[in-house]
Design a protein around this ligand. Sequence first.
Ligand code: AIR
Length: 421
Amino acid sequence: MVHGGFPRCALCHCVTVVETEMVSDFKIKSQNSNLLALNSRLPTIFAPMQKVGILGGGQLGRMLLQAAANYPVETFVLENDDECPAAHLCHHFSKGDIKDFDAVYEFGKNLDAITIEIENVNVEALEKLEAEGKKIFPKPSVLKTIKNKILQKQYYRENEIPTAEFVITKSLQELDSKKNFLPAVHKIGEGGYDGRGVQILETINDLEKGFDKPAVLERMVKIHKEIAQIVAVNEKGETAIYPPVEMLVNPALNLLDYQLSPAELEKNILWKVEAISLTTVRNFKSPGIFAVEMFVEKNGDVFVNETAPRVHNSGHHSIEAHYSSQFDMLWRIILGYPLGNTDAILPSIMVNIIGADGYSGEVRYEGLEEVLKIENAFVHLYGKKQTKPGRKMGHVTILSSEKQDLLHKSNIVKRTLIAKS
Ligand code: AIR
């Protein structure tokens, strides 16, 4: 594992003596217990610089770091690829495997707090770090439950949270004996994300497409709407919820196509959704940001699909469309500041820019100038060097009080801004 050099300015990436002096000055201050006591009484004036690490360096880490620039925090990123989207925005980059015990433990042992931007990390190392007094957002126990789809579904069952009926399969052979459960969705227990590790099994002819590993076989829900709600929990257990968003999925890629905020839901369904997402998250008993993905059936029944214990694609619009974004909110939680305002400034639509079919290699963006001309359209390109079909390369958020305007502009964006090679 190679540790990065001097602290860098997170905005212009310069290595400055002033920055270095500031950091060591903060170190001296935080070693002084009198000052620390004073700091805890006057947090906004004498807030000590905290060292916070992020496991994973993709687009979620990148946007989290953009928000970090507003707070007294020294940021660290652990990721295998030193050209990853977050590498150039943190103060310290460490090259290493987030799934490796030693890499995660070494990375975390000198930090104050650690968070994740992808679930597939070494939880045992986080448990050891937690036992040694490091703050982990979310708690490793929650991560353990959520990162394994089998444990996650069992958690919903145990906590009486409505979720689609399911059985567990350990191998393809076992899957073969569950023919009467079709049509169903087969989800691999560990390691899948962004549509990977999920297979729709309509008929017995599809059974061979299933996973020969421990997995969940979930009865297909007749989806009327697919929604998601971001819930923030601080260390005192206080919560704040963002309005639920409505997702439209590209069925071919099993990826989010565009997302409308707020979701159009009748009042009684909205209340049900809020109650379910709050119950889901509160029972984890962990601070952090959580995204609860749910299905709404035509008859008004609501089922939890899955929960992510981190900042999430369904909260990207909050950067421009809400007073406090999901990324801003996570820093407030980690650094112990008051929760932010989750109200929307305006309704919005978010379009994912995903790698176009048939193109793999160094990315080039077609239509960028045209999209940048659209009023109230905010472009985010993630800085990934390589594109491939289906890869999340960026997103665009559009704000407007008129739904027709949102739909119209989002279609232009989808047609115009293309990630090719
Ligand atoms: N991510 C994490 N879980 C789900 C998603 N989409 C984000 C994280 C991660 C990145 O996707 O930011 O680091 C990985 O993207 P890619 O394209 O390199 O596979």
